[in-house]
Design a protein around this ligand. Sequence first.
Ligand SMILES: NC(=O)c1ccc[n+]([C@@H]2O[C@H](COP(=O)([O-])OP(=O)(O)OC[C@H]3O[C@@H](n4cnc5c(N)ncnc54)[C@H](OP(=O)(O)O)[C@@H]3O)[C@@H](O)[C@H]2O)c1
Length: 378
Amino acid sequence: MIYRKFANTDIKLSQLGFGAMRFPITQQYDPTTIDKTKAETMLHYAIDSGVNYVDTAYPYHRQTSEIFVGKALRGGYRNKVYLATKMPVWLVKSKEDSSKYFNEQLKRLQTDTIDMYLLHSLGKNGWKTVNDHNILDFLDKTLAAGKIRFTGFSYHDELPLFKEIVDAYPWTFCLVHLNYVDDHYQAGIEGMEYAYKKGLAVIIMEPLRGGKLANNVPKEILELMEQTGRNQTPVQFALRWVLNRPEVSCMLSGMSSLEQVQENIRFASEEHANTLSPKELQLYQAAKEFYQSKTKVNCTQCGYCMPCPQKIPISFILELYNDACMYNATRDSQRMYRVFVNSEYRGNQCIECGECEEKCPQKIPIAVTLKEAHRLLN
Ligand SMILES: NC(=O)c1ccc[n+]([C@@H]2O[C@H](COP(=O)([O-])OP(=O)(O)OC[C@H]3O[C@@H](n4cnc5c(N)ncnc54)[C@H](OP(=O)(O)O)[C@@H]3O)[C@@H](O)[C@H]2O)c1
């Protein structure tokens, strides 16, 4: 395993971290049914092979990931890893809630210290909650009490707010979405460089876009990969782009089988930063442009269209629609639509009031597009 510096501390993180969000499950569509035997084998194998960062969160596997990780780290494994979890900021409704959730997380994880504690999924609303309920004050006190070693935040919103949050508190690290297609999405490369220059360690999530850059890869992308002259799988092609960036401390992968753990560990044990040639970087650019050319709707996920009077999760449905078309992932998007969008709030429930279209900065014909999306996804 290759290790990288964690901000200005003495800590070195394995450049591959274990994301505890996609363990194998025994019943399709029920994330609470973690296949404990397989998942424990995967986690132990990873730690035995040098992975020293495990990232979980309160809601993962519908609140069963932390409990599973706590059990799986018994027997000496807890001391071999830096354990990260995240405060479910959206559940915090009072000052007392911060410590209520934190204490529950300590219990679930069977530990008295969280090494890396993040505020989960910050964006406009989350940041407001943080300020309304003095969550930064809670972080200060919990750090001082030695129950947290380092503080960070994960982020899902636009770049300007990301920079504001970086500057608002002495964080040690941040967790951002980055892959070769989404290099200018949310915080993106610019956000990563900004945080890094300010001394934060940068951890990456969704390096394979949740698996979309690994599965059903179109022949056009395979041809571009071939032109690199390297013998590599689509997974390696995508992970290499992330690890090429020297700003990255650790890249998380939510692996869902032992084979994936083995492949990613092999790769992360050999791959260094700054190895991509200018020609290869151009090929990544072409691969990104190919995916983008398949974009169905020019939605940037800004969320200005929301809230919908019919409570339709417009931007989420448009994202599923785009994903289906861009990544040959219709079945994945259909599954997400079925699981996450209640039938009362699906695209066919749009009453064409036009409120969202007035607010959309991209001028997307949302009413028509929601109906098209529904036809594909339902
Ligand atoms: N804080 C936040 O807001 C937030 C949000 C998202 C993620 N995260 C964290 O970041 C972690 C990483 O994100 P992610 O899970 O989306 O990572 P990812 O690497 O983009 O996607 C993981 C998926 O990629 C596929 N995959 C991984 N390795 C593979 C291999 N060797 N061969 C083939 N397929 C492979 C698997 O898909 P299949 O299952 O389809 O095979 C796996 O489920 C998460 O697990 C979580 O801990 C945090």
